[in-house]
Design a protein around this ligand. Structure first.
Ligand SMILES: Cc1cc2nc3c(=O)[nH]c(=O)nc-3n(C[C@H](O)[C@H](O)[C@H](O)COP(=O)(O)OP(=O)(O)OC[C@H]3O[C@@H](n4cnc5c(N)ncnc54)[C@H](O)[C@@H]3O)c2cc1C
Length: 372
């Protein structure tokens, strides 16, 4: 075992932190208030190689591993979780589904542009009636004259309104339940495909989340992604990696809240001294630091295993479950918008919901424990 970052990882963290402080921090409040999608920053992230960090260089990626990828998401989310989730949904869900299950032609067509940030990706599994029970998908795809015709609506799709490429799951054999769902790649501009209502969210407001609608949307046979009827099973594999990115999102936001809390506790004076001198406040800081370290270690274990091609269903679920809890120390000031922690508090709620709720993580971990 080796618990040290490599010199390259130390450098990567420094570079992403500097980028986030310079390019994101000054705009966070404005983007959050106005629900403004930070398109310019996304393009810059692409130029820096962060939009395709985990994919091979020959496909336009940076050829990095999941620990590096976690570092990138942590550092972006430390400043703005919205940027973290935009990158996570784009990379772990859309691009990775194409990378893992796509044909050579699909990989070569889509990944270079997704990795460069020229194209933004989204991934649509959830539907109004199919959330935790995602196998309850109703959107359907039927073959007509050699083309797939999709009808239905997805909900809660991150990046829906800015995506050039959407990976969407649709029923292709209703009788076969979860073995009757397939994945499709849909290009923006395809007739019958559009983003619908954009949600007005509690947190992560600079990221766009909303409906994706299919109305007699015709796709050529080469838009089928992976094997016919295996799209749902493939989605579960994609989510194993996705949960590492949601854990990194939580860890980054917790780190941001902790850094702000530590700073504040040294500046805020009550009873004639900084509140950091009170043992009760020190204990809160200690608990936060321990939680963040534990979450990070859980997540790096999952990342380490995934980099070695091992299954990480249990490990990534544990990391996401543990990391999804938030802490704050600002008292009443933490509830007003002059301080950054109120935003972390709102934003981090997503981490107990997206890519499987905390209840579902417990269910997944219990299944894994009972199997052994
Ligand atoms: C900001 C945001 C971004 C998202 N991005 C995406 C995205 O890009 N793509 C995408 O496909 N989806 C996305 N989602 C959807 C997300 O994955 C779902 O919201 C999540 O899976 C929960 O589904 P649901 O909201 O329908 O809740 P439900 O499944 O209706 O759950 C309601 C409650 O019941 C509990 N529950 C349900 N089943 C069980 C059970 N068997 N045992 C115990 N408790 C249970 C849940 O834990 C929860 O507490 C996003 C959601 C949000 C909020």
């Amino acid at each position: 075992m080796d618990f040290e970052y490599t010199p390259e990882q130390v450098q990567l963290r420094k570079a992403v932190r500097e980028f986030a402080e310079a390019e994101i921090a000054p705009h966070v409040a404005e983007w959050d208030e106005g629900q403004i999608f930070p398109l310019e920053v996304v393009r810059k992230l692409g130029e820096l190689g962060y939009m395709g960090s985990i994919f091979p260089e020959e496909l336009g990626g940076a050829g990095l591993g999941y620990i590096d990828y976690s570092i990138i998401i942590e550092e972006l989310s430390r400043v703005d979780g919205s940027v973290g989730i935009i990158l996570a949904a784009h990379t772990s869900l859309c691009s990775n589904h194409i990378f893992k299950m796509g044909s050579d032609a699909q990989r070569c067509h889509y990944l270079p542009k997704l990795c460069s940030g020229e194209w933004i990706g989204c991934w649509s599994l959830t539907e109004p009636e199919a959330g935790s029970d995602a196998a309850g998908t109703r959107t359907n795809a039927v073959l007509d004259n050699g083309e797939w015709v999709l009808n239905g609506a997805k909900t809660f799709t991150t990046n829906a309104h800015h995506a050039d490429v959407c990976v969407a799951m649709a029923v292709t054999d209703r009788a076969a339940a979860q073995h009757g769902i397939s994945a499709f790649i849909v290009d923006s501009g395809t007739p019958g495909f559009r983003a619908g209502k954009k949600e007005n969210k509690l947190g992560l407001r600079a990221s766009a989340t909303g409906e994706v609608i299919f109305e007699s949307c015709r796709l050529g046979p080469c838009q089928l992604l992976g094997k016919l009827n295996e799209g749902f099973v493939d989605s579960l594999k994609v989510l194993d990696g996705g949960r590492i990115s949601i854990a990194a999102l939580s860890i980054g936001m917790a780190q941001g809240a902790y850094d702000a809390s530590l700073r504040y506790s040294k500046l805020r004076k009550q009873f004639g001294r900084p509140i950091s001198e009170f043992q009760a406040i020190q204990h809160k800081l200690v608990d936060m630091a321990v939680d963040i370290d534990a979450a990070r270690l859980l997540n790096y274990r999952a990342a380490w295993k995934l980099d070695r091609g091992m299954r990480v269903t249990r490990e990534s679920s544990m990391a996401k479950l543990f990391a999804g809890e938030a802490v704050q120390i600002h008292g009443g000031y933490g509830f007003i918008k002059d301080y950054p922690v109120e935003k972390f508090y709102r934003d981090v709620k997503l981490c107990t919901i997206g890519e499987g709720t905390s209840e579902i993580q417990r269910l997944v971990i219990a299944r894994q424990l009972l199997k052994s």
